[in-house]
Design a protein around this ligand. Structure first.
Ligand SMILES: NC(=O)c1ccc[n+]([C@@H]2O[C@H](COP(=O)([O-])OP(=O)(O)OC[C@H]3O[C@@H](n4cnc5c(N)ncnc54)[C@H](OP(=O)(O)O)[C@@H]3O)[C@@H](O)[C@H]2O)c1
Length: 304
């Protein structure tokens, strides 16, 4: 299939989304508005990013109509080791209603459980099913779920997640998980595609320095391919995710990068270069490393 900026995944998500992690309210307002004006039609937010009010203002300021935008947000499920109680069904219903207020929206397009960090995750999943039925979200899904956590839901005969949003880049490429999701028609969405770059979360306090040493070999390969194709390193990494069949999310606080990161449909990575990038896999999660966990491996056993 030829990928174009009009192509969408199986539930109608535009293939490239604008992420909002580590943006303040004011930055989120300015960047979300700019991203929508530049042509992004998918915005990715989360309860734990603490900036939904800013993103909501940005959506309004863009002047783009609500129906044209695919908006995702996430539930922080609670995590006992961090002293955060696990959210019950009733609390989850209230949480999304509150998020909608912050975002100034009547509904979101996709609501995700941010990570399988709770013991009561089947109860939490049932709450998402209820939210979908009530029209507060059009689709529901999960994030950072591996085969075992998805299988728990399938085995319980509950509604299947429509999306799994995971860390996916050449250094951390879970191809078996991708195959499993495809088999179950669960749409893959990639976050932190740019984690292999030295410019990823490079500002003070953003945490990009963690595991910096493992990225050098990959950076050299990306550079070489980027030079050959006359595109930036960031575009190579984002395009790599698209060619693996993922929707890709990307975040920047810089207007010139907003436009650059959307330019993914006017070139193609040749098969041999895709394979060179695939060989960089170290099965090493980077995105949450500064928080001290890999969310995919941190799931407690089920409390049922
Ligand atoms: N579900 C989860 O657990 C989870 C985890 C992580 C992320 N996410 C979502 O996925 C989104 C994307 O992940 P991410 O935030 O890690 O974003 P990313 O796009 O992979 O990386 C963003 C970092 O790369 C830099 N950058 C952006 N464009 C660049 C370019 N063209 N050239 C060089 N450097 C560039 C940014 O710096 P500047 O801002 O200074 O440009 C920032 O430090 C998040 O914002 C969030 O919405 C979800």
């Amino acid at each position: 299939m030829t990928l174009t900026d009009k192509t969408r995944n199986g539930i109608g998500m535009p293939l490239v989304g604008f992420g909002t992690y580590q943006l303040s309210h004011d930055q989120a307002e300015a960047c979300v508005s700019e991203a929508l004006k530049a042509g992004f039609r998918q915005i990715d937010s989360a309860e734990s990013y603490g900036n939904e009010e800013g993103s909501g203002r940005g959506i309004k300021a863009s002047g783009i109509s609500r129906e044209e935008i695919f908006i995702t947000t996430k539930l922080f499920p609670g995590y006992k080791p961090w002293g955060a109680p696990e959210k019950t069904r009733a609390q989850i219903i209230e949480t999304l209603k509150n998020q909608l207020k912050q975002l100034s929206l009547d509904y979101v397009d996709l609501y995700l459980i941010h990570a399988p960090l709770a013991e009561i995750r089947l109860e939490q999943w049932s709450a998402l099913m209820e939210l979908k039925k009530s029209g507060f979200t059009r689709y529901i899904g999960v994030s950072n779920y591996d085969e075992a956590r998805i299988t728990e839901i399938l085995d319980a005969n509950l509604e299947k997640p429509q999306v799994n949003q995971i860390e996916f880049h050449p250094i951390y490429a879970r191809h078996e998980l991708t195959g499993f999701m495809r088999k179950h028609s669960i749409e893959p969405v990639a976050y932190s595609s740019l984690a292999p770059l030295s410019s990823w979360r490079s500002e003070e306090g953003q945490g990009g320095e963690v595991l910096a040493g493992i990225k050098e070999e990959c950076q050299a390969i990306v550079r070489k391919i980027a030079e050959k194709l006359h595109v930036s390193d960031a575009r190579v990494l984002l395009r790599w995710g698209l060619q693996h069949g993922y929707c890709v999310l990307t975040k920047t606080g810089k207007p010139e990068r907003i436009r650059e990161n959307l330019k993914l449909f006017d070139f193609e990575i040749p098969q041999a270069d895709m394979e060179a990038l695939d060989k960089m896999n170290q099965n090493k999660a980077i995105a949450w490393a500064a928080s001290g966990i890999n969310p995919m491996d941190s799931a407690p056993t089920l409390g049922f």
